[in-house]
Design a protein around this ligand. Sequence first.
Ligand code: NAD
Length: 508
Amino acid sequence: MMTLLEAVNPATGEHMEDIQETKIEEVELYYYQARTAFEKWSRLAISERLIYLKKLKSVMVENMDRLAQVIVQDTGKVPTEALVADIMPTLDAITTIVKHAEKILSPKRVKTPLLLIGKKSYVEYMPRGVVLVISPWNYPLQLAVVPVISALAGGNTVILKPSEVTPLVGKFIEEIFQKAGFPKDVIQVAHGGKEVGAALTAGNPDYIFFTGSVGTGKIIQEVAAKKLIPTTLELGGKDPLIVFKDANLKRAAKGAVWGAFTNSGQVCMSAERIYVEESIYDDFLNIVKEETEKLIQGTNEDSDIGSMTFPKQKEIVKQHVKDALEKGAVLVSGSPPDKWDDSMFIQPIILANLKQDMEVVCEETFGPVMPVIPFKTEEEVIKLANESNYGLNASVWTSDLKKARRVASRLVSGAVTVNEVLVSVANHYLPFGGTKDSGIGRYHSEEGLKIFCHEKAIILDRGKRNKEIQWYPYKGKYAAFLKLFQSYFHERKKWIQFLRSYLKLLKK
Ligand code: NAD
């Protein structure tokens, strides 16, 4: 039976297109094709593989406006954010990978210790095989394409399952890879929801790169663990944003508004807990309220905040805000959930008078909600910030850069920005990933290419000699080895004793 994925524009409710779901029975064929394509693709030189990535970039540049429109229609985000936060990072990742992949993934000579005299040592990067990439709906382009191209550059073939919530972008991704002329089955896109995702996970990939919720990440990790399939898990966050009294207050407030409300707060590294030093708390609250109330909601080119993407997420946001208001939180800006209409737009919300155990403070909200909490001391705010199951990103705002570095070093977080918010993800040279429930592993940077390869150690001997000192027989060698190691590992190496023992061993 053919199952269809309905593409609905969340901002308008308009039904746009139906996309044919991949049948579960087809999963086996996907893997067969991916393994067949691997034979040739993995044997291409890295530079040959990068030619396809360059073509992909050109196709994206040529189709940029259309791509932005598709993202807008599928997610309800504003066009500027489709361009700046989904398309640009993807193009930048391709550019960086094309520039550096060859150097990063080429075999490297490393040092060989004197005890292994006469040999050479190398590290080689061997593709793992078939990589499964499963991606979410909030940045449906970059969170799918960046791991895919990182795996492809290393010589793997890839099966991508984009989110069923944004199927038009999934289809578009398939189209741009086709237009870029990648060889058949080097990259295959499977469309569908969690059943298709689960079938693909069970289908024996050689690596799983997953971005999504903690719940799904744990399910995938369990399946993978049973077969010892390595994974990267990029999961949720509840990122703290800390404002000290010596910060540039206007900048911090504007940064917090952007960090909390960009993409309607549907960002894994959204500023979801704002901690403000007590003496500037009221001033900060006044500025964020003023700045927030200036924002324009809609989905045209001048809009600041779009709609929510996924109806279920709107319900979670509603629940968190209700819970907070019922427990005594104060609504500083926005409207209470019982006044929300049926559309997918949520007016940005600022909350005060919060407690650490409210859902909106301790669980991922993933919506346009800014809880603002006062603190008294540096020690206290570090403790509050670290008191979370998550640890993806954090930001620290102060004019004292020494303090900023000190606090940043103590935050249990995959990344920290100082007097900035979110942008660490936009620097492809920096590793990206989380601590605690925010995930396992890192990508972007050199790491993002190496994870998709077996890091292979090679030691090379010219094979001229007939024996090695450590080989059999051991007879009469113990005392010589004792002297050899005592001289070699001594604080001040005893070279004469070393040489004598070595020559003795050679003669044995
Ligand atoms: P989700 O976990 O519901 O779905 C993610 C993907 O997994 C989708 O493609 C879905 O179809 C698939 N899936 C669902 N169940 C599956 C299963 N049992 N087996 C295999 N695949 C399955 O997450 P979502 O709602 O799409 O995304 C939102 C979440 O993603 C948030 O928690 C957010 O913080 C997180 N996220 C993390 C990052 C990051 O880089 N750390 C980036 C973006 C989003």
